[in-house]
Ligand binder design. Structure first.
Ligand SMILES: [Zn+2]
Length: 231
C-alpha cells in the first residue's frame, strides 16, 4: 500500500503525461505552465499599482468605472484570449489550470502589496437560463478554488432578469439592457466586496453589479477580472 501511495504521482504522470501549454516541455501533472513560461507572460505589475484604476493608461481606457478598485492579470491578448475561449466553449482542463496559475501568481502579488483586502468575494452570476444552457460557469470553475483561502465566497448577488449578450449592443443599449440587472439580497454595510468576472470589456456589467452592492451598503467595491480588453 505504501508503495502505491508513494509512487502515485509517478504513476499518474505515466498515464497522463503533462506538457506546458506554451513550450510543450514536460511538467508535473498538477501544472499546465512551466516556471519559465509563467515568468515570461505579459502580466500587470501590481507592485506599482495594486489598484489598476490608478494606472493612467488603464484609467483612460475605462474612465466611467463605478467600482473603487480594479485587479486584473493582463490585457485580453494572446495567449490569454485563446485559453479563455477554449475554456468557455470546450471546457478544457489544461487551460483552466494555466489560468489558475496566472491568477494565483497575481493574487499573491496583490495581497502582498495592497493595504486593503476584500471581506467577501462574489462571483458574477450568470442568468439561470444561460447557466443551464452551458452547464457550467467557467468564471466560478477557475476562480473559486483560489479565493477560499483569502475570504468567503458569497452568493447574495442575483441576476434578476435575462440580459442580451452585451457584445451585440451599442453603448446606449448596453446601459438600458443592464438597468436593474442585479439585486443584492443581503446587507453589505461596511463591507469591502470584490466582484469576480473573466473579461472586462466596457465595465458596464461590473458597474451594474457595483450599483446593486452599493445600494446594499457596501463601502468599497473591487472588480477582480482575469483580463481587460484594451481599447
Ligand atoms: Zn513552458
Amino acid at each position: 500500500m505504501t508503495y502505491f501511495t508513494s509512487e502515485l504521482p509517478a504513476i499518474i504522470n505515466w498515464f497522463f503525461p503533462s506538457s506546458c501549454v506554451q513550450c510543450h516541455s514536460p511538467i508535473k501533472h498538477c501544472a499546465a505552465l512551466c516556471d519559465y513560461c509563467l515568468e515570461d507572460l505579459p502580466l500587470f505589475n501590481l507592485a506599482e499599482h495594486t489598484n489598476l484604476l490608478q494606472r493612467p493608461d488603464i484609467y483612460e481606457m475605462f474612465p466611467n468605472c463605478e467600482f473603487d478598485s480594479l485587479f486584473s492579470c493582463a490585457f485580453y491578448q494572446p495567449p490569454f484570449d485563446y485559453w479563455l475561449k477554449k475554456l468557455k466553449f470546450n471546457n478544457k482542463i489544461h487551460y483552466k489550470v494555466a489560468l489558475q496559475q496566472v491568477i494565483q501568481k497575481q493574487l499573491i502579488q496583490l495581497f502582498f502589496f495592497s493595504p486593503t483586502r476584500p471581506d467577501i468575494f462574489i462571483i458574477l452570476p450568470l442568468h439561470n437560463s444561460r447557466f443551464l444552457a452551458r452547464g457550467f460557469n467557467q468564471v466560478s470553475q477557475v476562480w473559486q478554488p483560489l479565493l477560499s483561502e483569502y475570504a468567503p465566497i458569497n452568493k447574495s448577488l442575483i441576476r434578476n432578469k435575462k440580459t442580451q449578450a452585451q457584445s451585440a449592443l451599442s453603448k446606449a443599449k448596453r446601459m438600458k439592457n443592464l438597468k436593474g440587472a442585479f439585486v443584492c439580497t443581503q446587507d453589505m454595510s461596511d463591507k469591502t466586496v470584490a466582484i469576480i468576472d473573466d473579461v472586462m470589456t466596457t465595465g458596464a456589467t461590473l458597474n451594474a453589479a457595483t450599483r446593486a452592492l452599493k445600494e446594499a451598503g457596501a463601502k468599497h467595491v473591487w472588480a477582480f477580472t482575469t483580463c481587460l480588453t484594451p481599447l
